[in-house]
Design a protein around this ligand. Sequence first.
Ligand SMILES: Cc1ncc(COP(=O)(O)O)c(C=O)c1O
Length: 363
Amino acid sequence: MKWHYFDDEDLQAVKRVLDSGQLCSFGSGATEVPAFEEEFKAEFGAPLAVAIVNAMAGLHVGVVASGAQYGDEVIVDPMVTFASLGALYHNCKPVFCDVEKDTHLMDANLLPEVVTDRTRAIIVTQIWGLCADMDAINTFAKERDLTVIEDCAHAIYATYNGKYAGTLGDIGVYSFQGSKQMALGDGGMTVMKTEAHRDIINEMNTFGTVPPRLGWNYRMNEVVAAIGRVQLKRAAAYVKMCQDAAALYNEAVAGCEWLVEQADRPGRVNTYHIWAAIFEGDNYGISAEQFTQALADKGLGWGMGYIQRPAYGHDCIAKYLDEEPDCPVAEYLMPRIILVSTGGEPEGHVEAAEKLAEVIASF
Ligand SMILES: Cc1ncc(COP(=O)(O)O)c(C=O)c1O
């Protein structure tokens, strides 16, 4: 199996669209986008699906579909910015729920501390490829009539008790951006359970002249959908490559107390879009500088700290907040996190994992 390959089948799919003369999915003649939606639904057991230009648009329309009005609150996790931005696109206030130290996922136990009577939705990031505690999150949301939006940009084919990420909450959002496991240059898919949500998302995505609401024309075009239909047949194999790469890194850190890989949970399958580990060498007399220098000496240019501060520490989000959120676990994890992309051909990962093991052994 090769990583992200495009061959004659993709070319034929593009040619089919070009020959048809219909590249835009607006109007009745479109066939590729509806077919892609049908095939995606069938693959993941999702009741309904609407293709979209990218996952950010998906998060935005998910918030709109929740019925949130301007000024309402959306609970988000702080390890990435995407969920907060999705809330802000609709002039909603992102309210931050801290994460579990070992999985880096939204900590469902903390939801009662951040919910208010203005909360309308929860956006949960299935981070690095692992699903959060969806039973607890869904139960909490149901009791308060909140919409649960899953950000599955990392988690296509992740499962939770046998069900696919994206089908666990009310609305699931996937990304087909170039670095993702299924990559179409750009693109996204939303899946949902109710026709009401589907109809709002369609209204947000497509209009001709006068939109029925403040729509954004977020629809996917026919060319992307045609390639998507081919790549969907290969996506599970790409995910398997990521899982195999992550297994090498997990093996490299096995027994190391100061480099702790993202934990798993029984009943959940991680796609490992990204292999993540937390550096705790400072508790063992190893500084972050020593460690990153040792990695660099081996040619492993992995930075530490990702975006350095939780999402709310960045001006694009901070300036919309009235108060500083309280997420001590995310504050602890962020400067210590090491993220390794699991994409690409296996040989590179075999070599990198060997080097990582050597670096660990050198301390
Ligand atoms: C967790 C997460 N959510 C959302 C996005 C946004 O995806 P897109 O580029 O398709 O808008 C990304 C992209 O990096 C992501 O990693």
